[in-house]
Design a protein around this ligand. Structure first.
Ligand SMILES: Nc1ncnc2c1ncn2[C@@H]1O[C@H](COP(=O)(O)OP(=O)(O)OP(=O)(O)O)[C@@H](O)[C@H]1O
Length: 415
């Protein structure tokens, strides 16, 4: 039976690059034997590559049961398609990058089982940011940090390495430059019996959901249950919102409002947004750009704007990086900057879609702490979507989507 590796990678390191190196057999000391073997990578970046191939070259390599484009599959459905693809390839080894991110509990179980089955003949190299994800078949445990591999005796040694230190966000959440009184209504979003179908398949069935000022919601539900669909209705990005009883920020959907009228009231963050910021932007300017809803900054910031951005950098403990280029930050630091950017103007509604996916244990804990503070200290309403149970997250209410063949229904409950 092959020897299986689990490698804990901190957020200072580029986990995807490490996966490519390992696939090529680098460093030789640990992975030299792989250079002549057949291997594949199981990661979100691989999925993005397949989507790109499909969109640019009309190549459909990932077989799915549905005729729809790969991009429109839910994140869990895409991962299922990739799993089927790699399982059918007669591999010698498989590099797994955070395999359990974005997956519901049932699919996590199924994935563990499939990996256990192939582990008899396929060498598994798991790169992970969260200690709880480690596969039971592992017989060699390493940590990767600052370009070096460090062998670890056992999972206890890993736990002590990933234990949360006491660094929490510093001080209070900075108030906005101007009080945002644009929304007078108590109800920010109101879904009444909202139903959505794609290709005659009902996804959401009679959803009722009222989101009021100052609330903190968590949205949960298994893969494909319609969470993203629900969010896109809220952000004005889904034309299925027309003809529905949906009121956004006091205006009935379809009453002549533009997408920008809606977006003006929303701060939004999901990790894939980071890829849009490839340019050369200083960290402090990235945060200020949240005041102008722009990617980067195209006008000289005022002193007041810069002072406000510095207060956010103080809260996220990155004052010393204010003049560093955004792209040079670690993964965890980028997330904190993006959250500050989304929050700087205290939008009436802040939506965070799987924001902790790919964060290591320490960074995830810091991020969750900051989100809790924002919920308590600002007037923004929060909607947090995630599969992973972030044990310290402190929402007031939960909307759970429960799938059935007739579409998902929604129930509200206490956390
Ligand atoms: N444009 C589309 N055309 C056809 N089907 C679609 C389209 N967009 C979404 N769907 C389908 O709607 C269902 C719900 O997708 P959605 O992305 O909302 O789920 P989700 O709850 O966010 O899932 P996940 O947790 O896996 O991200 C999925 O089965 C998806 O394939």
């Amino acid at each position: 039976m092959p020897r299986h590796y689990a490698i804990f990678v901190d957020n200072q390191s580029q986990i995807e690059q490490l996966a490519f190196q390992i696939q090529k057999g680098i460093p030789e000391e640990y992975f030299g034997d792989l250079s002549s073997k057949k291997g594949a990578i199981f990661s979100n970046t691989e999925i993005e590559r397949f989507i790109w191939e499909e969109e640019q070259h009309d190549l459909r390599e990932l077989a799915t049961k549905r005729p729809q484009p790969l991009r429109s599959l839910s994140s869990g459905e895409r991962k299922k398609a990739l799993l089927e693809h790699v399982l059918g390839q007669n591999l010698d080894f498989l590099v797994l990058v955070n395999p359990f991110d974005n997956l519901d509990v049932a699919f996590q179980k199924e994935l563990r089982k499939s990996l256990h089955t192939i582990s008899e003949s396929v060498k598994l190299i798991q790169l992970l940011n969260r200690a709880e994800d480690i596969l039971s078949d592992t017989n060699l445990l390493l940590a990767f940090s600052k370009g070096e591999f460090l062998p670890l005796e056992n999972t206890e040694a890993l736990k002590s390495l990933t234990k949360k230190d006491n660094s929490n966000a510093l001080g209070d959440i900075p108030p906005p430059l101007h009080e945002n009184n644009s929304i007078l209504e108590e109800k920010l979003v109101e879904f009444k019996n909202v139903t959505v179908s794609y290709d005659q398949r009902c996804i959401l069935k009679k959803i009722n959901w009222t989101i009021r000022k100052n609330e903190f919601w968590q949205l949960i539900g298994p893969n494909g249950s319609g969470k993203t669909t629900l969010l896109t209705l809220m952000t004005g990005d889904n034309h299925k919102g027309y003809g529905q009883d949906l009121t956004l920020f006091g205006r009935k959907k379809g009453s002549g409002e533009s997408v920008w009228d809606i977006k003006e009231h929303i701060g939004y963050f999901t990790p894939s947004m980071i890829d849009q910021f490839r340019g050369y932007h200083k960290v402090i300017h990235m945060i200020v750009s949240g005041l102008h809803d722009s990617v980067g900054l195209y006008q000289e910031p005022t002193d007041a704007e810069l002072r406000l951005a510095m207060s956010w950098l103080h809260v996220i403990q990155l004052e010393h990086k204010k003049n560093v280029q955004f792209r040079e930050l670690s993964n965890g630091e980028k997330r904190l900057v993006m959250l500050s950017r989304a929050m700087i103007k205290h939008p009436p509604l802040l939506i965070l879609d799987e924001p902790t996916a790919g964060l290591d244990d320490k960074n995830a804990a810091f991020f969750v702490d900051l989100v809790n503070r924002i919920a308590k200290q600002s007037t923004s309403t929060l909607v947090f979507v995630s599969h992973r149970v972030e044990k310290n997250l402190d929402p007031m209410s939960v909307l759970e989507l429960i799938p059935s063949v007739n579409g998902s229904s929604g129930i509200t409950k206490k956390p």
